[in-house]
Design a protein. Structure first.
Length: 232
């Protein structure tokens, strides 16, 4: 992240799975800046593998990072936002928060949780002048896909799911090679921050709109059939 530092952004190390680390970070920001106007909950990774094979300890850690880390930071900043009667929390979800796919059970479940948690937060924080926005990225060229592919291979190569996992790894490689640049998500975040009345959800990135549209209009079993066919 040194390129951000060179651009004039102050870097602050924080582990979203550690309450002491997040509390220390928020206190440091408040001591320096005296207020927090925007929180972008972006930390997350993809834990892939069949529900049968992924250890529950790993499933719990997936939620610890993707869901409870988000909640932990939100809890830390909300007293300050309520005191100033304003604030914006932006939760980075995923198009994966709206549909399922083989081997992605714990990742998709975590993003479904982010969607539901965000909807509840949006309503309960409205009386305090605080907005909650969800960003739903599609395929973005980051290290996310390599981590997901490595996790899927690790969990699947010596199991009954090996062949379908190999097919999905190849699909990931192709899909993310042709994915969108991260700037499209940065622009969606900037649009939400700059809006007086931000939308509840912003969809951005390769494939997201088409997939979410198909999921919305197609019967579940037909959508399942299409997903399985793509993975062959």
């Amino acid at each position: 992240m040194q390129d951000l530092k060179e651009a004039g952004i102050r870097l602050l190390q924080m582990d979203v799975t550690d309450e002491a680390s997040t509390s220390k970070g928020i206190r440091e920001i408040m001591d320096t800046e005296k207020r927090i106007d925007v929180l972008v909950n972006n930390a997350g990774y993809g834990s892939y593998g069949s529900v049968e094979n992924v250890p529950l300890s790993e499933a719990k850690y997936q939620f610890e990072v993707n869901v409870f880390g988000l909640a932990r930071l939100s809890q830390a900043v909300l007293p300050y936002m309520r005191a100033q009667k304003s604030g914006l929390i932006i939760n980075i979800s995923s198009m994966a928060g709206k549909f399922g796919e083989p081997h992605g059970g714990w990742y998709h479940a975590s993003k479904y949780a982010v969607e539901g948690l965000s909807d509840c937060m949006r309503m309960e924080l409205k009386p305090f002048g605080i907005d909650v926005v969800i960003i739903e990225p599609g395929a973005i060229k980051t290290e996310w896909n390599k981590i997901a592919e490595d996790n899927l291979a690790k969990m699947s190569m010596d199991t009954a799911y090996r062949d379908s996992a190999n097919s999905q790894i190849k699909r990931f490689e192709s899909m993310y090679r042709h994915g969108s640049e991260p700037i499209v998500i940065a622009k969606a975040i900037a649009k939400a921050i700059g809006s007086k009345h931000p939308k509840t959800r912003y969809v951005a990135g390769k494939g997201a709109r088409a997939i979410l549209w198909a999921k919305k209009i197609l019967p579940d079993k037909l959508f399942d059939k299409i997903v399985l066919k793509v993975m062959e």
